[in-house]
Design a protein around this ligand. Structure first.
Ligand code: NAP
Length: 342
């Protein structure tokens, strides 16, 4: 598909809520996810980016490991050349993958080339673990290449991230899949603070302490899997996982508003103060997710009820990042408040 028209159904991007970062920059309060996993082709995901921009999205969450930045770049090129949207109206994220922690600038330049952009609005360290696993591999077992988190290695990577800001290649830098102990060390030792932290956030996994820590430190939380990633591949599911869109509280509110429960998850996220980045290739879904930010809000009582529905159910456990035998995935997340020794 080529060409670009503003859809008749479009939401006015100016009406979509925005968040102010500590730098003073404004970031759109909802973005479109672009991880199609093995369920959707790269072209389908790129088409969803084109469609999402045509209905009013201005924030797109990309990553080199998703393997589709070159297709999405073609969309950006067409749209920017058409002049209907200007570069400074877009907010584009990308992320350095785990095998490039020692070559951050090279990774960033490749993403810029693929995305056909001169700069990124936000560049994230995708995971604090520097090991590699191929996308699509069995994520429920340990990778033989797994390496532990080490503060000094992470800071080496962060220094390279800071240099990208100095060089004008990126406007902001941030983190993803962090914990409070790891973030405390980063804030202690960094020269340029992270502007955003991308973290798993949905009604059944609210991370209240880490969320509050980010807000208190002027780090904007961006919430991935905001709908609880209901149709993720079976290999990414554990028996103990719960399903947000089947939660009775979410379902009841959805019935009151006559919307899909997914829309309630997005409304809750925006009203709570995180930036959700829901994925969908279906126009009716990504449009209703965007529209949810400008329609009737949840009541205070509904927000309270959802806050009590938390089940501390982490979906993206990261088992592949375990670096020695007999560890459990909880060790990756510093659950007792201490970083697990390497
Ligand atoms: N930083 C990280 O480590 C990290 C990790 C994971 C994800 N992410 C980012 O977060 C994004 C979102 O995560 P995700 O895709 O795993 O989970 P998600 O957004 O919670 O769930 C996406 C699924 O929800 C369904 N859906 C979306 N909108 C809907 C609607 N209005 N009504 C009904 N169903 C709807 C769709 O299922 P169907 O396709 O079946 O309709 C879609 O595939 C990713 O694309 C990626 O950009 C980042």
């Amino acid at each position: 598909m080529s060409g670009f028209n503003v859809s008749a159904d479009a939401v006015d991007p100016e009406a979509v809520p925005k968040k102010k970062l500590y730098t003073g920059a404004e970031i759109p309060g909802i973005g479109l996810g672009t991880f199609g996993s093995d369920r959707f082709t790269h072209n389908e995901v790129a088409d969803s980016v084109r469609g999402a921009l045509s209905v009013g999205y201005r924030h797109i969450d990309c990553a080199s490991v998703y393997g589709n930045e070159d297709r999405i770049g073609q969309v950006f090129k067409d749209i920017l050349a058409g002049g209907l949207i200007k570069r400074d109206e877009l907010w584009i994220n990308s992320k350095v993958w785990n095998d490039m922690h020692e070559r951050v600038e090279e990774s960033c330049r490749q993403s810029l080339k693929d995305l056909q952009l001169d700069y990124l609005d936000l560049y994230l360290v995708h995971w604090p673990f520097p090991n590699y696993h191929a996308p699509g591999c069995d994520i429920t077992s340990r990778s033989p290449d797994a390496k532990p988190y080490r503060r000094e290695n992470f800071m080496d990577t962060w220094r390279q991230m800071e240099s990208l800001v100095d060089a004008g290649l990126v406007r902001h830098i941030g983190t993803s899949n962090m914990t409070i102990p790891k973030m405390q060390l980063l804030l202690r030792d960094c020269r340029i603070r992270p502007a955003c932290n991308e973290m798993e956030l949905h009604p059944h996994f609210q991370q209240p302490e880490f969320f509050a820590y980010c807000i208190d430190n002027e780090i904007q939380p961006i919430g991935f899997c905001p709908i609880g990633s209901p149709t993720r591949p079976d290999r990414d599911k554990a028996q103990s996982d719960t399903v947000d869109i089947q939660d009775p509280v979410i379902v009841r509110i959805a019935q009151r508003l006559n919307v899909h429960p997914a829309v309630v998850c997005i409304k809750w996220a925006v009203q709570r103060g995180q930036i959700p980045i829901p994925f969908s290739v279906y126009p009716n879904e990504y449009l209703s997710n965007l529209r949810s930010t400008v329609t009737e809000p949840l009541t205070d009582e509904e927000m309270r009820e959802i806050s009590k529905a938390d089940k501390n159910c982490r979906l993206i456990k990261g088992d592949v990042f375990l670096w020695k035998d007999n560890q459990s995935w909880e060790d990756l997340w510093d659950v007792d408040g201490h970083i697990t020794p390497a």
